[in-house]
Design a protein around this ligand. Structure first.
Ligand code: PLP
Length: 411
């Protein structure tokens, strides 16, 4: 007997590419010493000394929680205080016109999972952009759905509204429900952010969806608080708020990056519904799904986020610390971009964020070549992903020429 599992049509690889690459980098660091290795595989923010960057103000609050604030169950959809706080964190000063409902989930992953489970049917295809976070496909497969991709960029390197339009029309012809996932700003893996014109294009396409078809527009904003000025990066909310009644925007807002609480598993899914009934239904069905999947989300990070928004001084401290970390990240991205352009290394359109992507037809070979120089990146389908979040600014300046040299050796 070689297998006892029921695969149910899922393609389950031997190992996860991200964890495999970061495992290799850790082995190299143990063998040659961390200073000899560039580990640009990790999707978390590290300081220039290579230590995980955790906001001190958040750490202090987490460590001061009394037992009942971390050991007790939280309500399935999150504590009321957390729900109020996370809504403020997600929307900033934006005041929604739509009916809002918040459901807490363990990480943005949970929000995406619930959105797919509740706004599409088994066998449906979920629409997302060609460059996307790989787990979208796994989450869809786990729920017996597939992924359809639209080309993210056209030949001029602009957001490809024409292909988005084509795929939305194609899928809504065959499906009653359509879940669309857009990961912006600071898209993983490209660092692209939809411009306001891109958003108007998206709105126009959605305005043309027949009223008997139902679309859930999932806005995966996992990296929003490291993408630029808080107000500026939220400008798109004015476009997606109050779309037509057959379109339901759902914001998947994660505390993983925003509060550097990656492993604490905390996020919220927030709907901007056209009617109170749809908002109430959103709360009910997603709470049902949560109960049947992970039951209650962890209480500790919820308590911390509630406290942060209850004390003005503490909020100011968190925001100031985050702004410093964001500036450090933005400087790294700019350093990489500048050096890439100097050495003639093409990158996928980038604005800001944790990652930069270099297009290349043989990503695995390129990564292997770079491994020889103790440089570790993530191979994607049509390129390699560089985590500027995990690399010092100095290494961000060194990497483009190293990648270009490795590519030249392979061509
Ligand atoms: N969306 C994207 C694009 C991500 O890269 C991640 C995490 O890496 C997530 C969502 C979800 O993160 P988490 O479940 O840790 O909140």
């Amino acid at each position: 007997m070689k297998s006892m599992a029921a695969y149910n049509g899922r393609e389950i690889p031997k190992e996860d590419k991200v964890f495999a690459a970061s495992g290799k980098a850790l082995d190299a660091a143990a063998k040659y010493g961390p200073a000899e290795v560039i580990n640009a595989t990790v999707g978390a923010l590290y300081d220039d000394e290579g230590k995980l960057l955790v906001l001190k103000s958040v750490e202090k609050e987490m460590k001061s929680l009394p037992a009942d604030k971390f050991a007790a169950y939280a309500p399935i959809a999150g504590t009321p205080g957390f729900k109020r706080a996370i809504l403020k964190a997600a929307l900033g000063s934006y005041e929604p016109k739509s009916y809002v409902c918040v459901v807490g989930t363990p990480g943005g992953t949970g929000s995406i999972r619930n959105a797919i489970a509740n706004y599409s049917c088994p066998g449906d295809r979920i629409l997302t952009h060609s460059w996307h976070w790989a787990p979208y496909k796994s989450i869809a497969a786990e729920l017996y759905r597939g992924i359809e991709r639209f080309d993210m960029f056209d030949d001029e390197g602009c957001f490809n509204i024409a292909d988005f339009d084509y795929k939305v029309k194609k899928l809504t012809r065959n499906q009653e429900h359509l879940v669309i996932i857009l990961n912006t700003p600071a898209n993983n893996p490209t660092g692209y952010a939809l411009t306001m014109d891109d958003w108007y294009g998206v709105k126009k396409v959605l305005d043309e969806v027949p009223l008997d078809k139902k679309v859930a527009l999932v806005l995966d904003v996992a990296y929003i608080d490291f993408a630029g000025e808080p107000e500026e990066v939220r400008r798109f909310l004015g476009v997606v708020d109050n779309l037509r009644s057959n379109i339901l925007p759902i914001i998947a807002y994660s505390a993983s990056k925003t509060f550097t609480l990656y492993g604490a598993r905390c996020a919220a899914m927030i709907c901007l519904a056209h009617s109170p009934e749809v908002a109430e239904e959103f709360g009910r069905i997603n709470t049902f799904s949560s109960r049947a999947t992970w039951s209650n989300p962890p209480r500790a990070p919820q308590e911390v986020i509630e406290r942060i928004y209850a004390e003005e001084g503490l909020l100011a401290e968190v925001e100031a610390e985050r702004a410093t970390a964001r500036d450090m990240l933005l400087a790294r991205g700019r350093a990489f971009e500048e050096k890439a352009s100097r050495c003639g290394l093409e990158i996928v359109p980038f604005s800001a964020g944790f990652f930069v992507t270099v297009p290349f037809s043989e990503p695995d070979r390129l990564c292997e070549k770079l491994n020889e120089k103790n440089v570790f990146l993530i191979p994607l389908e049509r390129g390699v992903r560089v985590s500027v979040a995990a690399s010092s600014e100095e290494n961000c300046r060194r990497l483009p020429a190293m990648i270009k040299a490795a590519m030249d050796e392979l061509i």
